[in-house]
Design a protein around this ligand. Structure first.
Ligand code: KG4
Ligand code: ZN
Length: 375
């Protein structure tokens, strides 16, 4: 068996949105396996996640995905010390599949069941990655969780050290409308660049001029750590209405997508410089907003560590801009690897470990919760 005698093996299960995932992580720091079955191909033709299709697919995939995670880790169910499952927030039908399966496993095996908040999972994805590289982030930190469903800023502290049970979270701000990833997805849909939008816009943006289209700084009244991305999405829509000459290429790209041609090379070849400039300008505006508010939150809270997690944390421009902004301010910025940025179960197993250590075990009546704020 792959674990040392002191290590505790947590089997993580994640099914909050459109990835069915299972992972085995030893004591919140060593990933023995992390299996993710993505449903992107199923939801692509609708341009977004269809909840009914998502739950049906989770049902189909959950058993083989858990089995594969155990196999890759080289362990059996009896070797697992606890089962950690995403309890919320997310799509209720999707969450129910993971929670029900986790409960049944825990009950049948007589193992403790741990309920994990998906957002806490994203925060622990960064800590897990840093630990596995032996680069322990100094807490307290400010954490930006930025994905297709969330754009949130948290203050994260652990009074007794990074391995301790006592992580505490305070919400500093969040999006008032669209999440950043949702804005990427909607803009990509308007431009007929496929789904999900983030990766393709990320690949096309370096070919455009980020000063090509002027998007003013994004304004939010009140809390300076709140976000708003629906305005910039609408600004892109108006830009397209004012520039009808961009329509024929949108139609040509839609035809390519319909044929199954969605590579960045093909889509770039079907995009004018004006479109590439629009993409670069959109990305620049979103990235600048995410970075400046996060750095302001770190400064306001006198924190020297910044954690960035969630699907959009995979964005190259976001990583570069954070790195450039952090140096002169003496900030240490941590990102998970791309695999750990998007939804996965290793982060759920890692977030479950401190809860396990502190005895936060759930009863068999544990429920999935679509709306489940972390703080
Ligand atoms: O964390 P995640 O897998 O699922 C949610 O919890 O939402 O994030 C998916 C989101 C999608 O909106 C996708 O477009 C975005 O993350 N995304 C990116 C990149 N890769 C994924 N956004 C910008 N740049 C990327 N490279
Ligand atoms: Zn997520």
């Amino acid at each position: 068996m792959a674990k040392s005698s002191q290590e505790k093996l947590i089997l993580g299960i994640e099914s909050s949105c459109d990835e069915t995932a299972a992972a085995v992580v030893a004591s919140g720091r060593r990933i023995l396996s992390s299996v993710v079955a993505s449903q992107i191909a199923i939801h692509r033709k609708y341009g977004g996640v269809v909840p009914e299709l998502a739950s049906r697919e989770h049902l189909r995939r959950i058993v083989p995905v858990v089995r594969e995670a155990l196999e890759q880790a080289g362990v059996g169910l009896p070797d697992v010390d606890a089962i950690a499952v995403t309890r919320g927030p997310g799509l209720i039908g999707s969450l129910l599949v993971g929670v029900t399966y986790g409960k049944v496993l825990a009950l049948a095996l007589g193992k403790p069941l741990i309920g994990v908040n998906h957002l806490e999972g994203h925060i622990h994805a960064v800590l897990l990655e840093a630990r596995s590289e032996k680069r322990e982030p100094q807490l307290p930190a400010v954490c930006l969780v930025v994905s297709g469903g969330h754009t949130l800023l948290y203050h994260v502290s652990s009074p007794q050290g990074n391995d301790s049970a006592g992580f505490t979270y305070a919400r500093l701000g969040g999006t008032r409308d669209d999440a950043a990833g949702e804005a990427y997805d909607k803009v990509a849909k308007m431009l007929a660049l496929g789904y999900p939008g983030g990766p393709i816009l990320d690949q096309l943006a370096p070919h455009g001029d980020p000063r090509g289209v002027r998007f003013g700084p994004i304004k939010t009244r009140g809390n300076p750590f709140d976000f708003s991305f629906s305005g910039i999405k609408t600004a892109v829509l108006y830009h397209l209405r004012r520039n009808p000459q961009l329509q024929p290429e949108i139609e040509a790209r839609q035809e390519a997508l319909n044929r199954g041609d969605r590579s960045a090379e093909v889509l770039r070849g079907l995009s004018s410089q004006a479109t590439l400039d629009l993409v670069a300008s959109f990305q620049r505006a979103v990235v600048d907003d995410l970075v400046s508010r996060t750095i302001a939150a770190a400064s306001e809270n006198s924190v020297r560590t910044v954690l960035v997690s969630g699907g959009v944390a995979a964005n190259s421009e976001l990583r570069r801009t954070f790195a450039t902004a952090a140096g002169p301010r003496g900030l240490d910025v941590f990102f998970p690897s791309r695999h750990l940025s998007t939804d996965n179960a290793a982060m759920i197993a890692a977030a479950g470990y401190p809860r396990f250590v502190s005895g936060l075990i759930e009863p068999a009546t544990l429920n999935a919760e679509a709306s489940f704020p972390l703080a």
